[in-house]
Design a protein around this ligand. Structure first.
Ligand SMILES: [Zn+2]
Length: 242
């Protein structure tokens, strides 16, 4: 095939554009396929529909970062999970079905990503101690009265990238404690006020296979509408999906 002289610069331009596009696709997450997230909510003490199904899903789906399937019916977890990159647990209602519990553990063993948010860091289920031990490496059995406290980042990490080093908000300060029998955690941020010693607020669970981020913040509007929180959940989903 012969090209006219005038066609050659044109072909060169197409080649350069093609290379630029593929480079952009690699470096710009907005051009990647959205991360598939299954978010599970539901239970007591929280407005799950407003703050998880509503606000957080919108935050995660902005600019095509993620495609979120939300459910507050734990019996549907099994049917969705196989197709997901990330499991985002924000529920405190029971996940009672044994096959679903096994599937969540297998999801982690397969090296997938989990984000465990606020209600899911509680010791919710007496009949499922393996959840707290293996996935949360501990948990909360109490918190202070809802009110203002400080959050301080303790190290640089992709999960907290772009967040202010120190900020304050109204929320419940979870008394999260590490279970020494679990895999342990790496603390990324601590929460404290004048009444309490610092507690882990944002952390990585050192699960041998899965990437797991724990986020103790998130009781209501004061956290879910905070810019730092929005950055945090977007960063967390991106980091655990890798
Ligand atoms: Zn709460």
């Amino acid at each position: 095939m012969k090209f006219k002289k005038t066609q050659i610069p044109f072909l060169g331009l197409i080649l350069v554009l093609g290379m630029a596009t593929s480079l952009l696709a690699k470096e710009n997450p907005a051009l990647k396929m959205p991360i598939k997230v299954l978010m599970v909510g539901g239970g007591s003490s929280h407005d799950f529909d407003t703050w998880y199904k509503g606000a957080d899903v919108e935050t995660l789906e902005k600019d095509g970062l993620a495609e979120v399937t939300y459910t507050d019916d734990p019996s549907t977890i099994l049917q969705y999970l196989g197709d997901m990159d990330v499991l985002f647990l924000a529920n405190n209602q029971p996940i009672a079905d044994d096959a679903t519990r096994k599937a969540i553990f297998a999801f982690a063993e397969a090296g997938k990503g989990l984000v465990l948010a606020h209600p899911a860091l509680w010791y919710n289920w007496e009949d499922w101690p393996e959840y707290n031990k293996t996935m949360v490496s501990g948990g909360s059995r109490g918190h202070n009265a809802y009110g203002n406290f400080n959050v301080s980042l303790t190290e640089k990490h992709p999960v907290t990238k772009g967040m202010p080093k120190n900020f304050s908000l109204d929320d419940e300060l979870y008394y999260y404690k590490v279970d020494p029998a679990g895999p342990g955690i790496e603390i990324l941020a601590q929460a404290s006020n004048t009444d309490t010693d610092p507690f882990p607020s944002i952390f990585i669970v050192k699960h041998p296979k899965a990437k797991i981020v724990g986020i103790a913040l998130g009781h209501d509007a004061a956290s879910h509408e905070l810019e730092a929180y929005k950055m945090l959940i977007r960063n967390a989903v991106q980091w655990v999906a890798k």
